[in-house]
Design a protein around this ligand. Structure first.
Ligand SMILES: NC(=O)c1ccc[n+]([C@@H]2O[C@H](COP(=O)([O-])OP(=O)(O)OC[C@H]3O[C@@H](n4cnc5c(N)ncnc54)[C@H](OP(=O)(O)O)[C@@H]3O)[C@@H](O)[C@H]2O)c1
Length: 326
């Protein structure tokens, strides 16, 4: 496993983490065995492989993901080493509510302090000037070690830092070969300032594994709503998927591993892929040791920038048409 370098944190942060939205969430369609057994095995194996970064949120299965993750880390005895990241669902993120939510998350995770407490999304009405004083108090009383944000623009990330009066360590955003926009401003700023970009859905929910097509769609409601799995978008991604397969073949790796390696080639970036099996956790962890050449990175970046999924309106009409019973 590789760990972030050059950023001072209380615990090492693995470049490959584990996302746990799937834990306890019906919308991924993984069933009861996953909730009650597989999730535990994923956490134990991840920790054994040196993964320290575990990402969850109070919104995932209404707190159940936090409970499952906390218990799984207790069972495998790896809670001390884990860098636990969770998120506040910012319904009314004013200071007293932020404090109360933070303490509730710590309790569900079964920890005295949360390593990284993130605001899940920017609230369009409540500015960070109202939210961050709550975060500051959580840091001051030791409930939270580091503050993060998620789905923030660069400007709002910087505003959040001013409102907090100290660093906002990370911004968790959609970042994958299908969503290369963070390369423009967030990634360079993070690298320059010693901040972290956490890439969510780094495998585009499995689309970048090349496993799925119109005849073989993925499980669950989350991905039924993900336009990337529409036949037209899979067709538009042919160049990107072919490039991934080519690079993968030359390293004896899988397209998923190359997709993760491309992300962590950027020094300020870490990834938090979700997983449906222990084998996937093992394969994702191994991607930390896959070194791509500069030419390979350049080719993949060019393919990522060239990928144009269907525009929003066309996507909506296509999805509605597919669901009509005639
Ligand atoms: N901050 C936010 O707003 C936000 C939003 C979304 C997600 N997140 C976080 O980001 C994490 C990851 O995102 P995500 O789960 O949406 O998408 P993802 O990590 O891109 O995809 C996860 C899915 O890809 C498949 N997969 C994983 N490893 C694989 C491998 N090695 N080979 C083949 N298939 C593999 C699995 O599904 P199958 O095996 O079923 O195909 C798995 O459930 C979440 O768990 C969550 O913690 C945050």
């Amino acid at each position: 496993m590789k760990y972030l370098e050059g950023i001072d944190t209380a615990k090492p942060i693995s470049r490959i983490g584990l996302g746990t939205w799937q834990f306890g969430s019906r919308e991924w369609g993984y069933g009861e065995d996953y909730r009650t057994g597989v999730a535990d095995q994923l956490v134990a194996r991840a920790a054994e492989l040196g993964i320290t970064l575990f990402d969850t949120a109070e919104a995932y299965a209404f707190g159940e993901s936090e409970r499952i993750l906390g218990r799984a880390l207790d069972r495998c005895g790896m809670k001390e080493q884990a860098f636990l990241a969770t998120k506040l669902f910012p319904l009314l993120p004013v200071a007293p509510i932020v404090e109360q939510r933070g303490r509730a998350s710590a309790q569900r995770l079964g920890v005295a302090s949360i390593d990284l407490y993130q605001v899940h999304q920017p609230n369009p009405v409540v500015r960070d000037g109202f939210t961050m004083p709550g975060m500051r108090r959580l840091v001051e009383d030791g409930t939270v070690v580091e503050v993060g944000v998620s789905n923030y623009s660069l400007g709002r990330w910087q505003d959040a830092e001013r409102a907090l009066g100290r660093r906002v360590l990370s911004n968790q955003v959609q970042f994958a070969l299908t969503h290369a926009k963070p390369l423009d401003t967030l990634v360079p700023w993070a690298a320059e300032q010693g901040r972290i970009v956490i890439a969510w859905s780094p495998l585009a929910q499995g689309m970048l594994t090349g496993r799925y097509d119109a005849a073989h769609p993925p499980t669950g409601a989350v991905r039924a709503m993900n336009p990337l799995f529409l036949e037209e978008n899979l067709r538009r991604a042919t160049g990107l998927l072919d490039a991934l397969r080519d690079v993968a073949a030359s390293h004896d790796a899988t397209p998923a591993q190359v997709a993760l390696a491309w992300l962590i080639h950027h020094p300020s970036v870490v990834v938090i892929p979700g997983a449906s099996s222990v084998a996937q956790v093992e394969s994702n962890a191994a991607a930390a040791d896959l070194d791509l050449t500069d030419d390979e990175v350049a080719e993949l970046t060019a393919q990522a920038r060239a990928f144009r999924p269907m525009p929003k309106l066309e996507t909506v009409t296509t999805m509605v048409r597919q669901r009509l019973p005639f």
